[in-house]
Design a protein around this ligand. Structure first.
Ligand SMILES: *Cc1c(COP(=O)(O)O)cnc(C)c1O
Length: 361
């Protein structure tokens, strides 16, 4: 008998990530509102670019992603040399932890922060540190109080998932200016496109050397299945991340679809307007039947129930009606359900079902 084959410390502390459910046994017409996908799908030019790549399947993709980075730079007014593309923003988060976090290092995330921050920190051998939020909103004082001489990185999603709340850029600037030396602030802008007049932290990054942003094509651009995300930050950080990035991490099809998507600004504007309209309707419809939510700035709302039992019973009822939403007990919000803002018909369907649930109870 040889000795046991053991993983690195920390790996076995990682709970397997549970994605949003996508089917219900025995129900055909399932409405999936559990993964914050764009109900309108990707833009037509993105699908066309994807189809064209069928003729290039034997070709290796670009290693430097020059065309996609140029398009991102042009459309978001960023320096393309400081853009890095990954297999979803998940991969960028993972690169950050791999490159800057090791055993003994601490990484701060907030009470209701995105699960990947903890997972990627543990995978890198580091220690995740959870700090409280204030009324389901990022609290920069709690983050600053949570910093120690072991802190290497702070993750904030703004808007945050699953709460949907966000904080202002002035507050984030204050945080960046008061973090200890050597701590990187990572702003996860997965939902930034849903916020009117929000630069996702671009100006903060340009003025500092300790702020980095992650972005994705999975939400507003409707390309979750393609797996494309990107990061933007100080050149020295980008140079480090590029050393651990696999040379062919993105496929031809992913690169082409993303490039077409980022250039289709009309589609983004249309989806943003539609989301804003439907989100307001849904939040109000639920509030009227006694299910409040915080003002959301993203493409989902966090519906609050009186108790964990009521939230779970409502989730079970919705499932029986073929409607999938997201339980968020794993985010310290067991009395809530996260509901993606679908198209108008979907919003009506889920609101109707929740009303029926409330009337039966
Ligand atoms: C959905 C989401 C992402 C995006 O992940 P991808 O890997 O780009 O699909 C990142 N951060 C948060 C907070 C999210 O909700």
């Amino acid at each position: 008998m040889g000795s046991a084959i053991l993983p690195q410390p920390g790996i076995m502390d990682i709970d397997l990530y549970e994605g949003g459910a996508s089917h219900v046994d025995g129900i055909a017409n399932v409405l999936k509102l559990s993964s914050n996908e764009n109900p309108l799908g990707p833009s037509e030019p993105a699908m066309e670019a994807f189809r064209r790549e069928a003729f290039n399947l034997h070709r290796y993709p670009s290693t430097d992603h020059a065309a996609l980075r140029a398009a991102i730079g042009e459309m978001h007014r960023l320096d393309p040399d400081r853009v890095i593309c990954g297999v979803g923003s998940d991969e960028i988060i993972s690169f950050l932890c791999q490159a800057f976090v090791g055993p003994g290092d601490q990484v701060i995330h907030t009470e209701h922060g995105f699960a990947l921050y903890r997972i990627s920190t543990l995978a890198a051998g580091g220690t995740p540190v959870e700090v409280p939020e204030r009324e389901r909103t990022t609290d920069i004082d709690a983050i600053l109080a949570g910093c120690t001489d072991k802190t290497r990185m702070v993750f904030i999603a703004n808007p945050n998932n699953p709460t949907g709340t966000m904080i202002g850029l002035a507050e984030i600037g204050y945080l960046a200016d008061n973090l200890p030396d050597g701590v990187l602030l990572v702003l996860d802008g997965a939902y930034a496109e849903y916020v009117e007049d929000y630069d996702a932290g671009r100006a903060l990054i340009e003025a500092r050397n300790n702020v980095f942003m992650t972005r994705t094509f999975s939400k507003m651009y409707g390309l979750g299945g393609m797996r494309v995300g990107w990061g933007y930050g100080p050149k020295p950080i980008i140079d480090v991340l590029n050393r651990i990035r696999g040379p062919f991490n993105l496929s031809n099809a992913a690169l082409a679809a993303a490039e077409a998507a980022v250039r289709d600004t009309d589609y983004v504007a249309k989806c943003r307007a539609e989301n804003t309209r439907c989100r307001a309707w849904l939040a109000e419809a639920l509030a009227e039947i006694g299910v409040p939510s915080d003002t959301s700035t993203a493409n989902f709302i966090l519906a609050r129930f009186s108790t964990t039992d009521e939230a779970n019973a409502c989730d079970d009822y919705l499932k029986s009606q073929g409607i999938l939403v997201r339980r968020v007990g794993g985010y310290n919000l067991p009395h809530c359900l996260r509901i993606t803002v679908g198209d108008e018909a979907s919003c009506r369907r889920v609101a109707h079902a929740i009303r029926q649930f409330k009337e039966r109870a």
